[in-house]
Design a protein around this ligand. Sequence first.
Ligand code: ADP
Length: 392
Amino acid sequence: MTRAILTLNSGSSSLKLGLFSETLETLAMAHVDRIGRREAAMQIKDAAGKPLPMPEHAPNAFKTNGAALRTALEVFQADFPGLEVVAVGHRVVHGGVNHAAPLRLTEEIMKDLARLAPFAPLHQPHNLAGVRASVDTFPGVPNIACFDTAFHRGHPFVNDTYALPHRYYEKGIRRYGFHGLSYDYISGELARTEPELAAGRVVVAHLGSGASMCAIRGGRSIESTMGFSAVDGLPMGTRTGQIDPGILMYLMDEEGMDSHQISDLLYKESGLLGMSGVSNDMRTLEASEEPHAAEAVDYFTYRIRRELAGLAAAMGGIDGLVFCGGIGENSPHIRARVCEDLGWLGIGVDPIRNLAHEREIGTGKVRVLVIPTNEEIVIARAAQAVLATIED
Ligand code: ADP
């Protein structure tokens, strides 16, 4: 019998699952992509990263997130006979103003979180659909929510607001910030391995398909490049990042675009994909000869440098820079491009250690580190902690 904690990260067309022992050892990870499409595919790996054997798939095995969850569970059960899931931890993108700590989900709280869907329409409904699928699949098992906004909830007022009439702040139009689970993990790793640096001023660059940066002082987030929505700040795989709101009014008035078309433009057609016309995948852009691909990479790294200086200003200086996320962890080229010409800020990168994917790659007075992030373990830890309060 294996008692396990399951983590779910349920998106619009993808599902990431983590299976952990009660003592938080990783047992297996699964990633289902393109759910609802014919090309849907699942990758499942054990703790050592070895692919696990897949069952014969029924045609509707990945039709919905719920079906994908049950299919992944079958594989887990085959590998861990007698598997008993004792708690399910969920990534929920938005906790609003009130939720700063992980909590056990009840019908009441689910309703509260559903009311936040207009704040994160592309993420929140899918996160909550994952919770529903879990409730159906594991009746009676506690579901625990961990919020991407939570790590940023202590921001000072000026870092949390826009210059709108104050009533909009009261209505919740605030700079929430996202990727909080990743920043929480990195902050914890720094505290464990680099206590002196963790007590100082660190910028973390989470560079994946979604990308943002966070200023962390003394282990606490004080500023993030993402704001009210996850489209702000850095350009991303398919998202614009920061954009002049005047452009949106122009598109409405002159091109007759409605909010759905604008949302598609900002979230799905822009960023690296839109600028390059080639791909949203950084590996493809790095290998491309297309001039627009090079422009997209130039813009991406330029905006990271600009934000980096702004975040350093927000903290009154910088002692460390941490790269994480698919691009941050794997691309020496992007890390080097971000850090070039930042000598004035005390940032430099050693080309050999950078290419060798070493953990510490800086040459200046600012430490530069590459730390693989792990959002799943943050969710699993929170689920374990909440479960302990239930079982006591
Ligand atoms: P998600 O936000 O979906 O979790 P990831 O953190 O997995 O995204 O990051 C995906 C991005 O990482 C993609 O743009 C991909 O091209 C990029 N990436 C992964 N490996 C490399 C690499 N070796 N070099 C450059 N980019 C990489």
